[in-house]
Ligand binder design. Sequence first.
Ligand code: SAH
Length: 413
Amino acid sequence: MILSPRGTARIKSGHPWVYRSDITTAENIPPGAIVHVADHRGKFLGSALYSSSSTIAIRMLSRSTPANPEAEIADLPALVSDRIRAAIAYREQVVSDTDAYRVVFSEADFLPGLIIDRYSDVFSVQILTQAIDCDTVRGAIIETLVAKFNPAGIIERVDPRIRELEQLPPRDSGLLWGKKSSTIITMNGAPTRFPESREPRAEDLSSGIRLHYDGLAGQKTGAFLDQRENYAAAARYARGAALDVFCYQGGFALHLARKCSTVTGVDSSRPALEMADKNAALNFPGREIEWIEANAFDLLRDYAATGRRYDAVVLDPPAFAKTRRDLPKALSGYKELNLRALKMLQPSGILVTCSCSFHVSVAEFMDVVGAAALDAHKSLRVIETRGAAKDHPVLLNVPETGYLKCLIFTISN
Ligand code: SAH
């Protein structure tokens, strides 16, 4: 397979992807094959996974280096097992205080198209490319997880849209191994030792926050694992009355409930709020946490107009910029949200503001919040500039792996 000069430049810059338009010759290559990749002069660059349908035609698996010029891949299932074990070893180094974390994150773990999450004793596997979908690789994934963790269940979560894009036959989500597909996870503290039958007591609350996970429920449940360390960071600074906007199933809100006197969560999804309420009962039985079903933009406008005040506000909206073209609209959406939040924040209040749009850089996001601060006539002090939890690795030279921004500010006037 021969790349164009542009495709070659991309691989040489350290990026693992080549778009179809940057491939010069690719004939009769079966879907999901391992291909030898050469530059426009014919020099061998390495081995890659090929997709016959995705606009990303090539995802590099191994690069030709002086130490390993052949970059040969003889056995894909064996390579997948080795890389899963390496990904697990990295988590053993950087993950603590949780039984829920991302075990494998696709390109960021050199396994393009494979995502594995651990939710305590239940594992979730997502397969996103033709090469990873074959039976021998599936077998290797299960075998490696069973050998290492002996899980009670391994489920596969299928995104029908992705299977269609990759021209893979339709498949249902379901159990791949074991019997269990739902469980309770514990993060940012030790797993709770008390039996399920006993209600938690005050002393138990030094342990982690517990969340329901149901891998096969209609709407995905469980936390956004990439925000796990940011939940704990937010709770380090927030006090008083807290508002969690775009709260989903309560990730930030429940962590804030440990430190704040009142907590309100807002989301437009009723099923998410119902789960948030169940999660609240699991951690703080008898305590009132308010969940409001609303459009966040409308609610913030009303609240700001009626003079509501908070000591801490979290903003964690869905990605506004799905493509580069959405960028201007996305930036104005971020500005509006942050402006409204800032208007409601008390002096010395805390703003935790997030963006998971890869197309919005940290610098652009800072600028937007800065512009909102000027409009709100407030000075902000940066307490922390954060990203995704360390189990979502960011690869230097692969900018797409660093999508999440989480900025924490205090209002200094
Ligand atoms: N903070 C959450 C994740 C938020 S994901 C956590 O840590 O778990 C984004 C959430 O925004 C989703 O739950 C979605 O239902 C909600 N959402 C999307 N558009 C919205 C809108 N206009 N108003 C309120 N909520 C919205």
